[in-house]
Design a protein around this ligand. Structure first.
Ligand SMILES: Cc1cc2nc3c(=O)[nH]c(=O)nc-3n(C[C@H](O)[C@H](O)[C@H](O)COP(=O)(O)O)c2cc1C
Length: 322
């Protein structure tokens, strides 16, 4: 699997409906699920693993949790579906997550991380990866990051998605901790220099596909984009062209809209349609009629009417541009 371009896992965002939208724009971009805690699958919604459609690959299932036994069970179940990779979340700093002893808090317990990763690897037939931060709280990232990565590498994990800032486990909200402390791309470059055999994908503040070239970070293996992917999904429209040998899909905003509404008609659950409509907002960012389109997207009852009105706005633009 080529991990040059990935959409970061985002709770409340990277659900099946958003992934459907991105897949219309790019076939090759790697998609992630939202983080799912292993116990939420075992003791809650058993059908959660089924919530993806056949056209979503390459897709990574992101798991949260710190219990090797639960992670092993869920990883075994995941084989029944078509996930290409399981990723263990070691980067989430939220108080709920760190009080539960998983996410970024686990970076302080590398042996536990290895136990969890071994449990996943022994039960899942495809690749296993981690998503990490540069460290936590007052750790000295020069020392602790390399030690941590060395330990994880020793349990045969080779794929690291690195959010290029520390996790602050106390005193900041997760939202604040996506802006503070500042990003440190240089540290990620050095990590790859120190561990050239690892696949290192950088994450944090990326707004352009040309990020690695623009920042002289070509030694890294790929980029992962979160918030910008959500607010401007068309950022991925050139991905297939950039990946050697693939043609650009060149799908228009009109076609994407049409296909999204066709897809909504196949969904049985109205809340999924509502989420899908919200996920479409970013598609029109920068459009002169964005405000009007967003109002139309807030109506999940008269879908056909909204679809026709949005398409006629987009058609008018095409005619005006011709
Ligand atoms: C709304 C939201 C939800 C997120 N949920 C997750 C998650 O479930 N798992 C995870 O590893 N990171 C999660 N993140 C962090 C992102 O994956 C990413 O690391 C972070 O947003 C930095 O990348 P960006 O600057 O490109 O947005 C979330 C971020 C946002 C904004």
């Amino acid at each position: 699997m080529k991990r040059f371009y990935s959409v970061a896992p985002m709770m409340g965002r990277t659900d099946s409906q958003f992934r459907y939208l991105i897949r219309l724009i790019s076939e090759k971009t790697v998609l992630f699920t939202e983080m799912i805690h292993s116990n939420a699958i075992l003791y809650g919604n058993k059908n959660k693993l089924e919530e993806y459609s056949e056209n979503e690959n390459p897709i990574v299932l992101q798991l949260g949790g710190n219990d090797p036994e639960s992670l092993a069970k869920v990883s075994k179940m995941a084989n029944m579906f078509n996930y290409d990779e399981i990723n263990l979340n070691l980067g989430c700093p939220s108080p709920r997550v760190s009080n539960g002893g998983f996410g970024a808090a686990m970076m302080n317990h590398p042996q536990l991380v290895c136990d969890c990763l071994n449990a996943i690897k022994e039960n899942f037939n495809k690749e296993v990866s981690v998503k990490i931060r540069l460290g936590t709280d007052n750790n000295d990232i020069d020392e602790t990051l390399d030690n941590f990565v060395k330990e994880i590498e020793s349990c045969d994990i080779k794929i690291f998605y690195v959010h290029a800032r520390k996790a602050i486990l106390k005193g900041l909200s997760p939202k604040q901790n996506r802006e503070i402390p500042p990003l440190n791309y240089e540290r990620v470059r050095k990590l790859k220099d120190d561990f050239p055999d690892l696949e290192i994908i950088i994450n944090g503040g990326i707004k352009k596909l040309s990020f690695l070239q623009d920042n002289d970070l070509q030694n890294l293996d790929g980029i992962m984009i979160g918030r910008e992917a959500y607010s401007n999904p068309l950022i991925f429209k050139d991905v297939d062209k950039k990946i050697k040998g693939e043609l650009n899909r060149d799908i228009s905003m009109y076609e994407i809209t049409q296909k999204m509404f066709d897809y909504f008609e196949t969904l049985e659950n109205e809340s999924h349609v509502k989420r899908g409509l919200i996920h479409m907002h970013g598609l029109f960012s920068g459009h002169s009629e964005a405000k009007k389109i967003r109002v139309l997207l807030s109506n999940s009852v008269y879908l056909k009417k909204s679809k026709n009105e949005i398409l006629s706005i987009l058609e008018k633009n095409i005619i005006e541009a011709a």
